[in-house]
Design a protein around this ligand. Structure first.
Ligand SMILES: [Zn+2]
Length: 179
């Protein structure tokens, strides 16, 4: 778990908030399972940490953080939603695709202290790594439990909540107004 959280930039907190925001914008009404699916889609790219654990190599910020992989995720979601007999699998898959895109959107604006900086956004067409010229989110210190729960990291999470939280609040307000 330490390794899973260690190199997330930003942490799953802001990704889950972004997924929540997309869910609220989608106006699906009360749909807890779809809400969980949107949060899962927004966090999915960081499951590349599992590959790190399995292979001992670094896959973080590689192909799972690409637009092509997000498109594959859309296709897989569509098939799964159709199999689950959702009334509008195309629309739901598009919403989950949007939630997936927020992941790269947030990671692009995150401080990265280890090369290659940013993520392999254009995989498999290019091996270039993309990062925004402006950094909004701080990095997460890692290595030991003490570092993981350091003041630096709490401040970094606080910063994520301050930036992404108002977007969730605005989305909630908007969804209530449209309900
Ligand atoms: Zn990520």
């Amino acid at each position: 778990m330490v390794i899973l959280l260690a190199e997330s930039m930003p942490t799953p907190v802001s990704h889950a908030l972004a997924g929540t925001s997309v869910y609220l914008w989608s106006r699906r009404g009360r749909d807890p399972w779809f809400f969980l699916a949107a949060v899962f889609a927004a966090c999915f790219a960081d499951l590349d940490f599992m590959l790190n654990l399995l292979t001992g190599k670094n896959y973080h910020h590689y192909f799972t953080h690409s637009l092509a992989f997000a498109t594959l995720f859309f296709g897989a979601s569509f098939i799964a939603l159709k199999a689950l007999k959702r009334p509008d699998p195309g629309r739901d898959a598009a919403i989950l695709f949007l939630a997936y895109l927020t992941h790269m959107g947030l990671d692009l604006f995150s401080k990265d202290t280890t090369a290659p900086f940013g993520m392999e956004l254009w995989w498999p067409f290019s091996k270039e790594f993309a990062i925004a010229p402006v950094i909004l989110f701080d990095d997460i210190e890692r290595g030991t439990l003490a570092k993981l729960f350091s003041a630096h990291n709490w401040l970094a999470v606080g910063r994520e909540v301050v930036i992404v939280g108002p977007i969730v609040a605005a989305s909630w307000w908007w969804s209530r107004k449209r309900a």
